[in-house]
Design a protein around this ligand. Sequence first.
Ligand SMILES: Cc1cc2nc3c(=O)[nH]c(=O)nc-3n(C[C@H](O)[C@H](O)[C@H](O)COP(=O)(O)OP(=O)(O)OC[C@H]3O[C@@H](n4cnc5c(N)ncnc54)[C@H](O)[C@@H]3O)c2cc1C
Length: 518
Amino acid sequence: MIQRDASTISLWQGNIEPFQSTLIADHMATYDVIIVGGGITGLTTALLLQEAGKRCLLLEANNIGFGTTGGTTAHLNTILDTSYAQIEKNFSKEDAGLVRESVGAAIGLIQQNIERFSIDCGFDYTDAYLFAQDEKQTEALDIIAKSAREEGVNITLQDQLPVPFNFTKAYKIAGQARFNPLAYIYGLARAFENAGGIIVQDCRVIEIHNTNHIKVDTTIGEFTGMNIVYATHVPPGINLVHLRCVPYRSYALAVRLADNAYPAELIYDMHEPYHYFRTQEVNGKKYLIAGGEDHQTGHHENTEQCFRNLEALVRAHFKVKSVDYKWSSQFYESADGLPYIGNMPGQPDNVYVATGFGGNGMVYSGVAAMVIRNIIMGKHRATEKLFNPNRIKPIAGFTNFVTHNADVVKLFFGKLFPAHKLAELAEMAPGEAQVVNYDGHRVALYKDDEGMLHAVNPVCTHMKCEVGWNSAERSWDCPCHGARYDADGKVLNTPADRDLEHLDISHDTSKVEAHEQF
Ligand SMILES: Cc1cc2nc3c(=O)[nH]c(=O)nc-3n(C[C@H](O)[C@H](O)[C@H](O)COP(=O)(O)OP(=O)(O)OC[C@H]3O[C@@H](n4cnc5c(N)ncnc54)[C@H](O)[C@@H]3O)c2cc1C
């Protein structure tokens, strides 16, 4: 099994072995393009550029699929979370058409890759159903349907649903698709290596120095490139782009059914946030995947309740034999409903970013790969302007920089905390966590299943907000920009690129007292 940025295990993650890279990177070489991030965006971009004749190096901080690509639910849609009506309103009718064309091309690219590289990832085209359950939802659904039809989506009114839900109105959308995302990106990774590309896992990019060439500082030394693509879902450091992206947690279940009534189609309700249901066969077993219950990262007191709500909804409509997987993951909404793809704001022209995909990153990753490939290859298309991250209005006094917050100091360096005093402050059962006041400072405490205390400084290393506990994932999540850390403060999600300060705890009172005398 591979690691993910979470303590829950996703259906995809639980059914795959770690990817083994076969080629070794050269610290002395100058790569044409260095791609940061081994999710679907990084791997698709890397493959397209390598095939276009560029010498590419892909650096992944953990393992391939560690990020949201390992925790997605992998629908491939031309009906998007931002309706075509909304895109028309925020941009123009012509732009809505361009988005429709781009996402269609992205699904085509996935199908083509699967065929060309014989990737066994359970891909197939299927219909989707979108249904409303009250008057307000019906109105919203009609707007979505009308604008989608105008953009050439094959959407038709239905008087039946393939699942047992009450509804006021329902539409069928043809030509949607689904697949196993990790099986797919492993296929891309192999194709990239076969084309001469290099993948390095367990290699975190720390900082870049952009002079003549880009010098990339990583946890395993320096690499040099002519261009760099941040395919890290949001870029690390502080940049206007992620100040314009709102992070959300989203929840999913994979269940086995007692009566084999697995829907062949993709099903979506119209709640805010919406729920969805679909089937996928993985390693010879069928699963019903259900998802939803989204909320802004760090803004939900009881994240385990999200799983309970979702499970109750599934059980109310399906005969559940077993709940085999429960997981959550993170996505980022852009301010205007379209992703930011292209040159990173405030950076030289050879620094690229792809972010703000919302719940459509499986297709927008393909759009991003094609847009960035075209820019680097000097082919300028209308999509370059449409998705340009520099459409974000600058904020007065804000200086863009892709670096860490140099201001974060080690507040507790050399201090030893007495375990018994901390335990008195926070009465916690195993598995629980709290942020407490100790000696004039805020301390984030977690008691593990064996009763051991883990303590970190709760100040997020990104922009100094205070992190809060996410009980479903046993992680410290930042409510400001979505940085996440494990119980020991290790970075799980950008934009943070530095761990939380780890605090030393001692159970030996005399040791603490001796320490305090210095
Ligand atoms: C629950 C859920 C369900 C979803 N369902 C769908 C769906 O059905 N259809 C759809 O289209 N979209 C869906 N999405 C959205 C989609 O999954 C994401 O947009 C997509 O997976 C993002 O892929 P990515 O490659 O850009 O980022 P990620 O998969 O997050 O990859 C980023 C990678 O960058 C690495 N990284 C980060 N920092 C560094 C660094 N400094 N150095 C090196 N590496 C670094 C990380 O370790 C990670 O592996 C869903 C999202 C969620 C949360």
